[in-house]
Design a protein around this ligand. Structure first.
Ligand code: ADP
Length: 478
Protein backbone atom coordinates (compact mmCIF):
# COMPACT_ATOMS: atom_id res chain seq x y z
CA UNK A 1 0.00 0.00 0.00
CA UNK A 2 1.26 3.44 -0.86
CA UNK A 3 2.17 5.85 1.83
CA UNK A 4 -1.00 7.73 2.64
CA UNK A 5 -1.03 11.45 3.19
CA UNK A 6 -4.27 10.99 5.05
CA UNK A 7 -3.08 8.17 7.28
CA UNK A 8 -1.93 9.43 10.61
CA UNK A 9 1.85 9.47 10.39
CA UNK A 10 3.90 8.68 13.44
CA UNK A 11 4.71 12.36 13.39
CA UNK A 12 1.66 14.11 12.09
CA UNK A 13 2.72 16.82 9.70
CA UNK A 14 0.90 19.97 8.60
CA UNK A 15 -0.19 18.38 5.28
CA UNK A 16 -2.13 15.78 7.23
CA UNK A 17 -3.92 18.40 9.31
CA UNK A 18 -4.67 20.50 6.29
CA UNK A 19 -6.26 17.63 4.41
CA UNK A 20 -8.00 16.26 7.46
CA UNK A 21 -9.65 19.57 8.26
CA UNK A 22 -10.51 20.60 4.72
CA UNK A 23 -14.13 21.45 3.96
CA UNK A 24 -13.73 19.68 0.64
CA UNK A 25 -14.04 15.93 0.53
CA UNK A 26 -10.63 14.36 -0.11
CA UNK A 27 -9.92 10.83 -1.27
CA UNK A 28 -6.60 9.19 -1.78
CA UNK A 29 -6.08 6.12 -3.98
CA UNK A 30 -3.11 3.92 -4.67
CA UNK A 31 -1.99 2.93 -8.15
CA UNK A 32 -4.61 0.16 -8.27
CA UNK A 33 -7.23 2.83 -7.43
CA UNK A 34 -7.97 1.35 -4.05
CA UNK A 35 -8.98 3.86 -1.41
CA UNK A 36 -6.16 4.54 1.04
CA UNK A 37 -7.18 7.92 2.44
CA UNK A 38 -10.57 9.49 3.36
CA UNK A 39 -11.10 12.72 5.28
CA UNK A 40 -14.10 13.67 7.49
CA UNK A 41 -15.56 15.90 4.74
CA UNK A 42 -15.58 12.82 2.45
CA UNK A 43 -17.45 10.89 5.17
CA UNK A 44 -20.03 13.64 5.15
CA UNK A 45 -20.31 13.88 1.39
CA UNK A 46 -20.51 10.15 0.64
CA UNK A 47 -21.93 8.74 3.88
CA UNK A 48 -19.17 6.11 4.26
CA UNK A 49 -17.15 6.00 7.44
CA UNK A 50 -13.39 5.90 6.98
CA UNK A 51 -13.09 2.44 8.49
CA UNK A 52 -15.65 0.91 6.13
CA UNK A 53 -14.26 2.45 2.93
CA UNK A 54 -10.50 2.14 3.33
CA UNK A 55 -9.12 -0.61 1.12
CA UNK A 56 -12.19 -0.65 -1.14
CA UNK A 57 -11.90 -0.02 -4.91
CA UNK A 58 -12.70 3.62 -5.75
CA UNK A 59 -15.22 2.40 -8.35
CA UNK A 60 -17.68 1.95 -5.48
CA UNK A 61 -18.23 5.73 -5.68
CA UNK A 62 -18.56 5.92 -9.45
CA UNK A 63 -21.78 5.32 -11.41
CA UNK A 64 -21.47 2.65 -14.15
CA UNK A 65 -21.75 5.21 -16.96
CA UNK A 66 -18.98 7.43 -15.55
CA UNK A 67 -16.28 4.74 -15.19
CA UNK A 68 -14.88 5.09 -18.68
CA UNK A 69 -14.44 8.82 -18.33
CA UNK A 70 -12.43 8.52 -15.09
CA UNK A 71 -10.06 5.99 -16.69
CA UNK A 72 -9.52 8.46 -19.50
CA UNK A 73 -8.90 11.23 -16.97
CA UNK A 74 -6.20 9.07 -15.35
CA UNK A 75 -4.64 8.43 -18.75
CA UNK A 76 -4.49 12.17 -19.41
CA UNK A 77 -2.99 12.67 -15.98
CA UNK A 78 -0.29 10.05 -16.72
CA UNK A 79 0.63 12.06 -19.81
CA UNK A 80 1.10 15.11 -17.62
CA UNK A 81 -2.21 16.92 -18.35
CA UNK A 82 -3.97 18.28 -15.28
CA UNK A 83 -7.48 17.19 -14.30
CA UNK A 84 -9.04 20.19 -12.60
CA UNK A 85 -12.63 21.15 -11.81
CA UNK A 86 -13.85 18.19 -13.76
CA UNK A 87 -17.62 17.96 -13.42
CA UNK A 88 -19.20 14.55 -13.13
CA UNK A 89 -21.49 12.41 -10.99
CA UNK A 90 -20.80 10.15 -8.01
CA UNK A 91 -22.89 7.78 -5.87
CA UNK A 92 -23.37 8.19 -2.16
CA UNK A 93 -23.65 5.24 0.21
CA UNK A 94 -27.46 5.67 0.18
CA UNK A 95 -27.48 5.34 -3.63
CA UNK A 96 -28.19 8.99 -4.27
CA UNK A 97 -26.42 10.51 -7.28
CA UNK A 98 -24.57 13.74 -6.55
CA UNK A 99 -22.99 16.29 -8.87
CA UNK A 100 -19.32 16.90 -8.05
CA UNK A 101 -16.49 18.94 -9.40
CA UNK A 102 -13.20 17.10 -8.89
CA UNK A 103 -9.50 17.85 -9.12
CA UNK A 104 -6.99 14.96 -9.21
CA UNK A 105 -3.34 15.38 -8.29
CA UNK A 106 -0.62 12.75 -8.40
CA UNK A 107 1.26 11.87 -5.19
CA UNK A 108 4.93 11.25 -5.69
CA UNK A 109 7.50 9.55 -3.48
CA UNK A 110 10.84 11.08 -2.54
CA UNK A 111 12.26 10.07 -5.88
CA UNK A 112 9.45 11.69 -7.83
CA UNK A 113 7.73 8.42 -8.75
CA UNK A 114 3.93 8.51 -8.79
CA UNK A 115 2.63 6.30 -6.00
CA UNK A 116 -1.03 7.31 -5.89
CA UNK A 117 -3.57 10.06 -6.47
CA UNK A 118 -5.39 12.58 -4.38
CA UNK A 119 -8.88 13.63 -5.46
CA UNK A 120 -10.57 16.69 -4.06
CA UNK A 121 -14.34 16.81 -4.48
CA UNK A 122 -16.64 19.75 -4.32
CA UNK A 123 -20.35 19.06 -4.12
CA UNK A 124 -21.98 21.08 -6.92
CA UNK A 125 -25.42 19.43 -6.75
CA UNK A 126 -27.01 22.63 -5.44
CA UNK A 127 -25.21 24.66 -8.10
CA UNK A 128 -26.42 22.36 -10.83
CA UNK A 129 -29.99 22.47 -9.54
CA UNK A 130 -29.83 26.24 -9.38
CA UNK A 131 -28.34 26.35 -12.84
CA UNK A 132 -31.11 24.13 -14.21
CA UNK A 133 -33.72 26.32 -12.55
CA UNK A 134 -32.09 29.40 -14.02
CA UNK A 135 -31.97 27.79 -17.45
CA UNK A 136 -35.68 26.91 -17.26
CA UNK A 137 -36.42 30.41 -16.04
CA UNK A 138 -34.40 31.99 -18.87
CA UNK A 139 -36.15 29.74 -21.39
CA UNK A 140 -39.56 30.72 -20.01
CA UNK A 141 -38.58 34.40 -20.29
CA UNK A 142 -37.33 33.83 -23.82
CA UNK A 143 -40.43 31.99 -24.96
CA UNK A 144 -42.96 34.23 -23.15
CA UNK A 145 -45.74 35.47 -25.45
CA UNK A 146 -45.26 39.07 -24.32
CA UNK A 147 -42.12 41.05 -24.92
CA UNK A 148 -39.85 41.23 -21.86
CA UNK A 149 -37.04 43.73 -21.65
CA UNK A 150 -34.58 44.44 -18.86
CA UNK A 151 -32.97 47.85 -18.65
CA UNK A 152 -30.08 48.69 -16.27
CA UNK A 153 -30.07 51.68 -13.94
CA UNK A 154 -28.49 53.86 -16.64
CA UNK A 155 -31.34 53.10 -19.07
CA UNK A 156 -29.38 50.68 -21.27
CA UNK A 157 -31.11 47.54 -22.53
CA UNK A 158 -29.46 44.42 -21.10
CA UNK A 159 -31.97 41.77 -22.13
CA UNK A 160 -34.77 41.34 -24.67
CA UNK A 161 -36.68 38.10 -25.24
CA UNK A 162 -37.77 36.58 -28.54
CA UNK A 163 -41.19 38.27 -28.43
CA UNK A 164 -39.44 41.67 -28.45
CA UNK A 165 -37.78 40.65 -31.70
CA UNK A 166 -41.15 39.55 -33.10
CA UNK A 167 -42.81 42.81 -32.01
CA UNK A 168 -40.13 45.33 -32.99
CA UNK A 169 -38.22 43.42 -35.66
CA UNK A 170 -34.85 44.02 -33.93
CA UNK A 171 -32.67 41.07 -32.93
CA UNK A 172 -31.88 40.97 -29.15
CA UNK A 173 -28.20 41.64 -29.93
CA UNK A 174 -29.13 44.76 -31.92
CA UNK A 175 -30.94 46.07 -28.86
CA UNK A 176 -28.37 45.16 -26.22
CA UNK A 177 -26.58 48.25 -24.95
CA UNK A 178 -28.98 50.67 -26.68
CA UNK A 179 -30.63 53.32 -24.55
CA UNK A 180 -34.26 52.40 -24.06
CA UNK A 181 -35.40 55.92 -24.98
CA UNK A 182 -34.16 55.48 -28.53
CA UNK A 183 -36.93 52.92 -29.04
CA UNK A 184 -39.68 55.42 -28.30
CA UNK A 185 -41.26 57.62 -30.95
CA UNK A 186 -41.22 60.48 -28.44
CA UNK A 187 -38.07 60.12 -26.30
CA UNK A 188 -39.18 62.95 -24.02
CA UNK A 189 -42.23 60.99 -22.93
CA UNK A 190 -40.07 58.52 -21.04
CA UNK A 191 -38.07 61.19 -19.21
CA UNK A 192 -41.13 63.34 -18.47
CA UNK A 193 -43.68 60.67 -17.61
CA UNK A 194 -42.35 57.12 -17.25
CA UNK A 195 -39.12 57.69 -15.30
CA UNK A 196 -40.69 60.11 -12.72
CA UNK A 197 -43.58 57.63 -12.20
CA UNK A 198 -41.17 54.75 -11.68
CA UNK A 199 -39.12 56.82 -9.24
CA UNK A 200 -42.22 57.75 -7.29
CA UNK A 201 -44.35 54.59 -7.44
CA UNK A 202 -41.89 51.90 -8.51
CA UNK A 203 -43.94 51.13 -11.65
CA UNK A 204 -45.66 52.60 -14.69
CA UNK A 205 -48.30 51.17 -16.99
CA UNK A 206 -49.71 52.67 -20.16
CA UNK A 207 -49.78 53.09 -23.88
CA UNK A 208 -46.64 54.07 -25.71
CA UNK A 209 -45.78 54.67 -29.35
CA UNK A 210 -42.56 52.95 -30.32
CA UNK A 211 -40.38 52.60 -33.40
CA UNK A 212 -40.29 49.55 -35.61
CA UNK A 213 -37.18 48.27 -37.36
CA UNK A 214 -37.08 49.67 -40.88
CA UNK A 215 -39.12 52.76 -39.98
CA UNK A 216 -42.67 53.35 -38.86
CA UNK A 217 -44.22 53.37 -35.41
CA UNK A 218 -46.83 51.28 -33.61
CA UNK A 219 -48.59 51.31 -30.24
CA UNK A 220 -47.63 49.06 -27.34
CA UNK A 221 -48.99 48.56 -23.85
CA UNK A 222 -46.07 48.75 -21.45
CA UNK A 223 -45.99 47.59 -17.84
CA UNK A 224 -42.69 48.47 -16.31
CA UNK A 225 -41.41 48.18 -12.77
CA UNK A 226 -38.29 48.59 -10.73
CA UNK A 227 -36.30 45.55 -9.60
CA UNK A 228 -34.57 46.12 -6.24
CA UNK A 229 -32.03 44.06 -4.32
CA UNK A 230 -32.63 42.79 -0.77
CA UNK A 231 -31.47 46.12 0.64
CA UNK A 232 -33.90 48.07 -1.53
CA UNK A 233 -31.28 49.38 -3.94
CA UNK A 234 -32.62 49.65 -7.52
CA UNK A 235 -30.89 47.14 -9.79
CA UNK A 236 -32.80 47.32 -13.05
CA UNK A 237 -36.14 47.97 -14.68
CA UNK A 238 -38.17 45.23 -16.25
CA UNK A 239 -40.74 46.00 -18.93
CA UNK A 240 -43.51 43.75 -20.25
CA UNK A 241 -44.50 44.77 -23.75
CA UNK A 242 -47.67 43.93 -25.66
CA UNK A 243 -48.25 44.99 -29.26
CA UNK A 244 -51.72 46.61 -29.29
CA UNK A 245 -51.90 47.47 -33.01
CA UNK A 246 -54.66 44.92 -33.63
CA UNK A 247 -56.56 45.85 -30.48
CA UNK A 248 -56.53 49.53 -31.46
CA UNK A 249 -57.70 48.66 -34.98
CA UNK A 250 -60.51 46.61 -33.49
CA UNK A 251 -61.44 49.49 -31.18
CA UNK A 252 -61.58 51.82 -34.18
CA UNK A 253 -63.64 49.27 -36.09
CA UNK A 254 -66.03 48.99 -33.15
CA UNK A 255 -66.46 52.76 -32.96
CA UNK A 256 -67.03 52.96 -36.71
CA UNK A 257 -69.42 50.05 -36.49
CA UNK A 258 -71.40 51.59 -33.65
CA UNK A 259 -71.86 54.83 -35.53
CA UNK A 260 -72.86 52.96 -38.70
CA UNK A 261 -75.21 50.73 -36.71
CA UNK A 262 -76.84 53.75 -35.06
CA UNK A 263 -77.26 55.31 -38.49
CA UNK A 264 -78.77 52.12 -39.94
CA UNK A 265 -81.24 51.76 -37.10
CA UNK A 266 -82.21 55.42 -37.33
CA UNK A 267 -83.22 55.30 -41.02
CA UNK A 268 -86.32 53.07 -40.65
CA UNK A 269 -87.22 54.83 -37.40
CA UNK A 270 -87.16 58.19 -39.21
CA UNK A 271 -89.51 56.85 -41.92
CA UNK A 272 -91.86 55.40 -39.29
CA UNK A 273 -91.83 58.66 -37.32
CA UNK A 274 -92.64 60.66 -40.45
CA UNK A 275 -95.67 58.52 -41.27
CA UNK A 276 -96.92 58.47 -37.66
CA UNK A 277 -96.19 62.24 -37.24
CA UNK A 278 -98.14 63.16 -40.37
CA UNK A 279 -101.16 61.12 -39.16
CA UNK A 280 -101.06 62.71 -35.70
CA UNK A 281 -101.06 66.23 -37.18
CA UNK A 282 -103.84 65.33 -39.64
CA UNK A 283 -105.86 63.91 -36.77
CA UNK A 284 -105.25 67.07 -34.72
CA UNK A 285 -106.28 69.36 -37.58
CA UNK A 286 -109.23 67.44 -38.94
CA UNK A 287 -110.25 65.55 -35.86
CA UNK A 288 -110.09 62.33 -37.90
CA UNK A 289 -107.72 60.56 -40.23
CA UNK A 290 -107.44 57.36 -42.29
CA UNK A 291 -104.31 55.27 -42.78
CA UNK A 292 -104.22 53.72 -46.24
CA UNK A 293 -102.98 50.22 -47.09
CA UNK A 294 -99.84 51.31 -48.92
CA UNK A 295 -98.71 53.20 -45.83
CA UNK A 296 -99.38 50.15 -43.66
CA UNK A 297 -97.28 48.03 -46.08
CA UNK A 298 -94.48 50.60 -45.83
CA UNK A 299 -94.65 50.57 -42.03
CA UNK A 300 -94.59 46.78 -42.10
CA UNK A 301 -91.53 46.76 -44.41
CA UNK A 302 -89.64 49.24 -42.26
CA UNK A 303 -90.46 47.26 -39.12
CA UNK A 304 -89.26 44.08 -40.84
CA UNK A 305 -85.99 45.78 -41.68
CA UNK A 306 -85.56 46.96 -38.11
CA UNK A 307 -86.32 43.47 -36.91
CA UNK A 308 -83.71 41.91 -39.21
CA UNK A 309 -81.05 44.45 -38.26
CA UNK A 310 -81.66 43.94 -34.55
CA UNK A 311 -81.70 40.14 -34.95
CA UNK A 312 -78.31 40.30 -36.70
CA UNK A 313 -76.90 42.33 -33.82
CA UNK A 314 -78.31 39.88 -31.28
CA UNK A 315 -76.94 36.88 -33.19
CA UNK A 316 -73.55 38.51 -33.43
CA UNK A 317 -73.54 39.03 -29.66
CA UNK A 318 -74.58 35.38 -29.16
CA UNK A 319 -71.74 34.16 -31.41
CA UNK A 320 -69.23 36.35 -29.56
CA UNK A 321 -70.32 35.02 -26.17
CA UNK A 322 -70.43 31.40 -27.39
CA UNK A 323 -74.18 31.17 -26.82
CA UNK A 324 -75.19 30.56 -30.42
CA UNK A 325 -76.98 27.23 -30.07
CA UNK A 326 -78.73 25.02 -32.63
CA UNK A 327 -81.76 22.76 -32.28
CA UNK A 328 -81.36 19.96 -34.78
CA UNK A 329 -84.19 17.90 -36.19
CA UNK A 330 -84.99 16.15 -39.44
CA UNK A 331 -86.18 18.76 -41.91
CA UNK A 332 -87.66 18.44 -45.38
CA UNK A 333 -85.38 20.90 -47.14
CA UNK A 334 -87.46 21.27 -50.30
CA UNK A 335 -90.54 22.18 -48.24
CA UNK A 336 -88.52 24.66 -46.17
CA UNK A 337 -87.11 26.40 -49.28
CA UNK A 338 -90.57 26.52 -50.79
CA UNK A 339 -91.99 28.29 -47.72
CA UNK A 340 -89.15 30.80 -47.58
CA UNK A 341 -89.65 31.67 -51.26
CA UNK A 342 -93.36 32.17 -50.62
CA UNK A 343 -92.56 34.65 -47.81
CA UNK A 344 -89.92 36.45 -49.86
CA UNK A 345 -92.32 36.87 -52.79
CA UNK A 346 -94.72 38.63 -50.44
CA UNK A 347 -92.02 40.91 -49.02
CA UNK A 348 -90.75 42.01 -52.42
CA UNK A 349 -92.32 41.72 -55.81
CA UNK A 350 -89.45 43.52 -57.47
CA UNK A 351 -87.60 40.33 -58.45
CA UNK A 352 -88.62 37.14 -60.21
CA UNK A 353 -87.82 34.31 -57.80
CA UNK A 354 -87.68 30.98 -59.58
CA UNK A 355 -87.53 27.66 -57.72
CA UNK A 356 -86.09 25.05 -60.06
CA UNK A 357 -87.42 21.53 -60.02
CA UNK A 358 -85.71 19.88 -57.05
CA UNK A 359 -85.72 16.48 -55.36
CA UNK A 360 -87.21 16.06 -51.91
CA UNK A 361 -84.29 15.70 -49.46
CA UNK A 362 -84.38 15.36 -45.68
CA UNK A 363 -81.56 16.99 -43.77
CA UNK A 364 -80.39 17.26 -40.15
CA UNK A 365 -80.88 20.95 -39.44
CA UNK A 366 -82.14 23.74 -37.24
CA UNK A 367 -85.21 24.74 -39.25
CA UNK A 368 -85.25 28.40 -38.17
CA UNK A 369 -81.54 28.90 -38.67
CA UNK A 370 -81.53 27.43 -42.20
CA UNK A 371 -84.53 29.61 -42.99
CA UNK A 372 -82.45 32.57 -41.77
CA UNK A 373 -79.55 31.61 -44.11
CA UNK A 374 -81.93 31.36 -47.07
CA UNK A 375 -83.61 34.69 -46.26
CA UNK A 376 -80.20 36.31 -46.01
CA UNK A 377 -78.98 34.88 -49.33
CA UNK A 378 -82.20 35.80 -51.14
CA UNK A 379 -82.30 39.34 -49.63
CA UNK A 380 -78.67 39.84 -50.69
CA UNK A 381 -79.52 38.60 -54.19
CA UNK A 382 -82.28 41.23 -54.23
CA UNK A 383 -80.12 43.98 -52.71
CA UNK A 384 -77.24 43.48 -55.14
CA UNK A 385 -79.16 43.04 -58.40
CA UNK A 386 -81.47 45.24 -60.46
CA UNK A 387 -85.21 45.27 -59.96
CA UNK A 388 -86.96 42.91 -62.34
CA UNK A 389 -83.98 40.55 -62.63
CA UNK A 390 -84.19 36.82 -61.97
CA UNK A 391 -83.21 35.00 -58.78
CA UNK A 392 -82.89 31.26 -59.25
CA UNK A 393 -82.98 28.79 -56.39
CA UNK A 394 -82.42 25.06 -56.53
CA UNK A 395 -81.68 22.00 -54.45
CA UNK A 396 -79.58 19.02 -55.44
CA UNK A 397 -77.01 16.56 -54.10
CA UNK A 398 -73.25 16.86 -53.83
CA UNK A 399 -71.09 14.02 -52.49
CA UNK A 400 -73.96 12.55 -50.57
CA UNK A 401 -74.93 15.91 -49.08
CA UNK A 402 -77.83 18.19 -49.86
CA UNK A 403 -76.67 21.25 -51.82
CA UNK A 404 -78.67 24.46 -52.15
CA UNK A 405 -77.88 27.36 -54.50
CA UNK A 406 -79.16 30.93 -54.77
CA UNK A 407 -78.21 32.58 -58.05
CA UNK A 408 -78.60 36.22 -59.02
CA UNK A 409 -77.73 38.21 -62.14
CA UNK A 410 -76.57 41.29 -60.27
CA UNK A 411 -73.37 43.25 -59.83
CA UNK A 412 -71.26 40.27 -58.70
CA UNK A 413 -68.22 40.38 -56.38
CA UNK A 414 -64.62 41.20 -57.40
CA UNK A 415 -62.39 38.10 -57.22
CA UNK A 416 -60.08 39.52 -54.55
CA UNK A 417 -63.01 40.34 -52.23
CA UNK A 418 -64.55 36.87 -52.36
CA UNK A 419 -62.43 35.44 -49.51
CA UNK A 420 -63.51 38.36 -47.29
CA UNK A 421 -67.28 38.52 -47.67
CA UNK A 422 -67.97 35.92 -44.95
CA UNK A 423 -65.92 37.95 -42.44
CA UNK A 424 -67.55 39.80 -39.58
CA UNK A 425 -68.64 43.35 -40.57
CA UNK A 426 -67.17 43.00 -44.05
CA UNK A 427 -68.87 44.90 -46.88
CA UNK A 428 -67.45 45.25 -50.37
CA UNK A 429 -68.62 48.86 -50.54
CA UNK A 430 -68.82 50.15 -47.03
CA UNK A 431 -72.27 51.08 -45.71
CA UNK A 432 -73.60 51.71 -49.18
CA UNK A 433 -75.98 48.81 -48.91
CA UNK A 434 -78.37 48.64 -46.03
CA UNK A 435 -76.92 46.19 -43.55
CA UNK A 436 -74.11 45.63 -41.11
CA UNK A 437 -71.93 43.21 -43.05
CA UNK A 438 -73.07 40.53 -40.63
CA UNK A 439 -75.51 38.46 -42.72
CA UNK A 440 -72.97 36.23 -44.47
CA UNK A 441 -70.84 35.99 -41.32
CA UNK A 442 -73.82 34.70 -39.35
CA UNK A 443 -74.82 32.39 -42.24
CA UNK A 444 -71.36 30.86 -42.25
CA UNK A 445 -71.52 30.32 -38.47
CA UNK A 446 -74.86 28.59 -38.91
CA UNK A 447 -73.68 26.34 -41.74
CA UNK A 448 -70.46 25.53 -39.86
CA UNK A 449 -72.52 24.53 -36.83
CA UNK A 450 -74.36 22.14 -39.19
CA UNK A 451 -70.99 20.71 -40.33
CA UNK A 452 -71.81 21.93 -43.82
CA UNK A 453 -70.04 24.32 -46.20
CA UNK A 454 -70.98 27.68 -47.67
CA UNK A 455 -69.24 29.36 -50.61
CA UNK A 456 -69.79 31.62 -53.59
CA UNK A 457 -68.93 31.76 -57.26
CA UNK A 458 -69.16 35.22 -58.75
CA UNK A 459 -68.15 37.37 -61.66
CA UNK A 460 -68.48 41.16 -61.57
CA UNK A 461 -71.44 42.38 -63.70
CA UNK A 462 -72.57 38.80 -64.31
CA UNK A 463 -73.93 37.90 -60.89
CA UNK A 464 -73.24 35.58 -57.98
CA UNK A 465 -74.24 32.08 -56.99
CA UNK A 466 -74.11 31.20 -53.32
CA UNK A 467 -74.04 27.51 -52.36
CA UNK A 468 -74.37 25.66 -49.08
CA UNK A 469 -74.42 21.99 -48.15
CA UNK A 470 -76.11 20.11 -45.31
CA UNK A 471 -75.93 16.56 -43.99
CA UNK A 472 -78.74 14.35 -45.20
CA UNK A 473 -80.93 12.65 -42.64
CA UNK A 474 -81.65 8.95 -42.79
CA UNK A 475 -84.94 9.51 -40.96
CA UNK A 476 -88.00 9.57 -43.14
CA UNK A 477 -90.57 12.25 -42.70
CA UNK A 478 -94.08 11.03 -43.38
P1 ADP B 1 -74.58 43.22 -45.80
O1 ADP B 1 -75.41 42.76 -46.94
O2 ADP B 1 -75.34 43.55 -44.58
O3 ADP B 1 -73.58 44.27 -46.16
P2 ADP B 1 -73.54 40.50 -45.78
O4 ADP B 1 -72.68 39.84 -44.76
O5 ADP B 1 -74.84 39.86 -46.08
O6 ADP B 1 -73.70 41.99 -45.30
O7 ADP B 1 -72.70 40.63 -47.10
C1 ADP B 1 -71.39 41.11 -47.06
C2 ADP B 1 -71.02 41.82 -48.35
O8 ADP B 1 -70.92 40.85 -49.41
C3 ADP B 1 -72.05 42.81 -48.82
O9 ADP B 1 -71.84 44.07 -48.25
C4 ADP B 1 -71.80 42.82 -50.33
O10 ADP B 1 -70.76 43.70 -50.63
C5 ADP B 1 -71.34 41.41 -50.64
N1 ADP B 1 -72.46 40.57 -51.16
C6 ADP B 1 -73.22 39.71 -50.47
N2 ADP B 1 -74.11 39.08 -51.28
C7 ADP B 1 -73.91 39.57 -52.51
C8 ADP B 1 -74.50 39.33 -53.79
N3 ADP B 1 -75.51 38.45 -53.96
N4 ADP B 1 -74.01 40.02 -54.86
C9 ADP B 1 -73.00 40.91 -54.71
N5 ADP B 1 -72.39 41.18 -53.54
C10 ADP B 1 -72.84 40.52 -52.45
Amino acid sequence: MAISLLAKQPKANHVFYLLENSNDAILEVDLERNIVGWNPAAEKLYGYKKREILGKAADILIPENKRKEILEAFKRLAKGYPVRNFETERIRKDGKIINVSLTISPIRDDKGKIIGHLTIYRDVTKHRKLEEKLKAFAKAMDEAPDGIQIVDSSGKITYSNKAVERIYGFKPRELRGKHVNTMNADPKFASLVIIPAIKKFGRWEGELIVKKKGGGTFPIWLTTSLVKNAKGKPLAMVGVIRDITERKKLDELKTEFLSAAAHELKTPITTLKLIVGSHISKHKKLGKDKINLSELVLIDQELNRLNLLINDLLDDARIESGKFSMHFETVNLKGLIFNVIKKMRIISRRHRIIFHRSPSINVVADRNRIEQVLINLISNAMKYSRDGSKIEIGLGEDKNRAKVYVKDYGEGIPKEKIPLIFDRFYQVKEYRARGFGLGLYISRQIINAHKGKIWVKSKPSHGSTFYFTLRKSTNLIP
